[in-house]
Write a protein that binds this ligand. Structure first.
Ligand code: BTN
Length: 324
């Protein structure tokens, strides 16, 4: 396995470039006669290879998600010590929760190439084609961060926005409670769920990012886009995921340390909603007013047209309209 991972790593790091079979064998310390067997094993793991007699071999980009490529050299403190990648699941959030009873460890990261029953917020579906986007869940067991659903939700959105900038150089905006937008269109969403499982408090931070494909406009209720559309070329999901895990790890450590002001400042700096007039449906009521703040503990702070000042929690709230 180690040898195979090394070959995968060599091919991945070469990008669009080819390796001659001799050069690859030498770099990987493999007998040239055995190289075909290793390449076949990579194909069985789901990687697509382009093999030509004159130029040699290269990985077809963007590559299939692989735990080794995601984990290697990642310096996280709290999450991603273990990464699982599945071809198809019902929901990565469910896989993360189910793992608690099967020895799944705190910080586990679950990725899926396809979800049969992907969940969005407020009972909506999260639909995307296989192999194109990022469907990721992080499991936290008995974490202090799970005490604040609010803080975890906004931290995850912020981490996505930062990761898109780190990995792709694109600036994005945050829309409370859980959306990341590129030029006003939704690119990513966050679904934080909490459950008690055999006397443990499990929190799962579920993140969906439209990396290389946007949803069918008929299936979503707001304009959507994907990162590739803004870059003008396909995005290597592995790089966005690595950046995301590094950023999310930092924010989870920050929340666990109780340093919410830093999270607040960074979030607000990327949010285009401050001082805008919005309509929010929350707790069965319609609230119309100006956005005063977004608090990591108390949610959206609104100065309502009727003079009330309200704090609306992320869970159960939906932004109905937003105007400048
Ligand atoms: C939303 O904007 O409504 C939130 C979408 C969250 C989707 C992600 S995809 C990975 C994880 N697994 C799920 O079933 N949902 C979340």
């Amino acid at each position: 396995m180690e040898r195979l991972n090394h070959i995968l790593e060599l091919l991945y790091d070469r990008g669009e470039g080819f390796f001659s079979l001799e050069e690859l064998s030498a770099a990987a310390g493999v007998e040239p006669a055995d190289m075909n067997e290793h390449l076949e094993a990579l194909r069985e793991k789901g990687q697509e290879l382009e093999l030509t007699p004159h130029r040699g071999v290269r990985l077809v980009r963007p590559v299939r998600l692989d735990p080794h490529l995601i984990e290697r050299g990642l310096e996280t403190r709290r999450i991603a010590k273990s990464v699982l990648c599945f071809s198809e699941v019902d929901s990565t959030n469910d896989v993360a929760f189910d793992s608690v009873l099967q020895g799944g460890t705190d910080g586990l990261v679950v990725l899926g190439e396809f979800q049969r029953l992907g969940r969005g917020r407020l009972g909506r579906r999260w639909i995307c084609p296989p192999g194109a986007n990022i469907l990721l869940s992080v499991l936290l067991i008995n974490s202090k961060a799970a005490l604040s659903h609010e803080a975890l939700t906004i931290a995850a959105g912020l981490a996505v926005s930062e990761a898109i900038e780190d990995a792709c150089g694109l600036g994005s905006q945050l829309r409370w409670p859980n959306d990341v937008l590129l030029e006003g269109a939704k690119t990513a969403g966050v679904l934080v769920e909490l459950r008690n499982i055999s006397a443990q408090r499990a929190a799962v931070v579920g993140i969906g990012i439209n990396a290389n494909a946007s949803p069918d406009p008929a299936q979503v209720d707001m304009p959507a886009t994907d990162i590739a559309e803004h870059l003008g070329h396909p995005v290597e999901r592995t790089e966005v995921i690595r950046a995301l895990l590094a950023r999310l790890d930092g924010w989870i450590v920050t929340i666990e340390a109780g340093e919410l002001e830093r999270l607040h400042e960074r979030w607000v700096a990327r949010c285009g909603m401050m001082n805008q007039r919005v309509t929010v449906l929350s707790g069965g009521r319609r609230h119309v007013g100006r956005v005063l703040d977004v608090s990591p503990l108390e949610g959206l702070v609104l100065s309502c047209d009727d003079g009330r000042r309200v704090h609306l929690p992320a869970a159960g709230s939906t932004l109905d309209s937003c105007e400048s």
